[in-house]
Write a protein that binds this ligand. Structure first.
Ligand code: F6P
Length: 341
């Protein structure tokens, strides 16, 4: 079979492991021909592709980023994008396309699948917010990076008796904030699912200093917001694709906390560091399993699905179901963390 593969949207540790796995399973076990499209859907629509062989994926398992490149371009952004994609798929004689991407990419994949393209999606995002799968690869790496940063920040915070307000990724959901915050024993965790109350946050940090503790660590997801009207708040803007560009919750919160507490506070924005570098062993394994199962789905003709981790198994979930809703942090998880405001 002739199978196209592309990586689209924000990159994520483990993408190369999926690409490698697709090539290994496809070429070695099924005798497939694998075509890699460059820079996500952009390369697909503009005809930039190259053959992927065992040699071209040699040594990439532990590499961060994506050897194919990525972009946030989706066919649905272009008026005739879906039609062009369909035409291109048939001109190239592709039997299947495996897009590896997050929420936006899977929505685009659904549109293309509805238009008749043979698609099997692979979910990825460090945000872990795709409901169909228990976990997305990249998340474990991001949580490990954030946890290490929080551990390191404690010692410098203590030396200077400061409040560190640490911003992690998470546009719509607080999975990274919650897990890294719990792993590092943060004193307050602020997530997008629950607007925070500045008075309550201030009280939590003040109470800590009242107990003669010398520092406090507040972890916040970039998309978190205060309850409306409770503090001065600068809203973000939109980027060229309509995604929210945040103004920096850490900067706004640290300024406010410093003012209210009379204690030095510093913002730390971990940003894209969380997406860079080598994937953890967990992410390499999950990504490899997703690649393997995506090729199997292609050979079974199970188009219009994504691979998903459910319990310990990799199952196929219809694209329509996969994009229906985001996976937010459930109530019990907040309760376990105790420090969520
Ligand atoms: O979707 C993953 C994510 O890491 C979000 O948490 C973040 O808002 C976004 O990507 C930022 O991506 P970029 O700056 O690359 O567009």
């Amino acid at each position: 079979m002739r199978i196209g593969v592309l990586t689209s949207g924000g990159d994520c540790p483990g993408l190369n492991a999926v690409i490698r796995s697709v090539v290994h399973r496809g070429v070695v076990d099924h005798g497939d021909e694998i075509i890699g499209f460059e820079d996500g859907w952009r390369g697909f629509l503009e005809g930039h592709h190259r053959p992927l062989t065992l040699d071209s994926v040699s040594g990439i398992l532990a590499q961060g980023g994506t050897i194919l490149g990525s972009s946030r371009v989706q066919p649905s952004h272009l008026r005739d994008g879906v039609e062009r994609a369909r035409q291109y798929c048939s001109d190239l004689g592709l039997d299947a396309v495996i897009p590896i991407g997050g929420e936006g990419t899977l929505k685009a994949a659904k549109l293309m699948s509805d238009a008749g393209l043979p698609i099997v999606g692979v979910p990825k995002t460090i945000d872990n917010d795709i409901a169909a799968t228990d976990v997305t690869f990249g998340f474990d790496t991001a949580v490990s990076v954030a946890t290490e940063a929080l551990d390191r920040l404690k010692t410098t915070a203590e030396s200077h008796q400061r409040v560190m307000v640490v911003e992690v990724m998470g546009r719509h959901t607080g999975w990274i904030a919650l897990n890294a915050g719990m792993a590092a024993g943060a004193h307050a965790i602020v997530v997008p699912e629950r607007p925070f109350h500045i008075e309550k946050l201030t009280a939590v940090v003040r109470e800590r200093f009242d107990r003669q503790k010398k520092f406090a660590i507040v972890v916040c997801a970039e998309g978190a917001k205060p309850e409306p009207g409770t503090m001065h708040w600068e809203e973000g803007t939109k980027d060229i694709y309509g995604h929210e560009r945040f103004t920096g919750i850490a900067t706004q919160l640290s300024r406010e906390l410093e003012h209210r507490l009379g204690k030095e506070a510093r913002p730390v924005i971990l940003g894209h560091t969380q997406r860079g570098g080598t994937p953890t062993a967990y992410d390499r394994v999950l990504a490899t399993r997703f690649g393997w199962h995506a090729v199997e789905a292609v050979h079974k003709g199970a188009f219009g699905h994504i691979t998903a981790l459910q319990g310990t198994k990799i199952n196929l979930v219809p694209l329509a179901e996969a994009v229906a809703e985001l996976k937010t942090v459930p109530q019990e998880r907040y309760q376990e963390a105790e420090t969520v405001l």
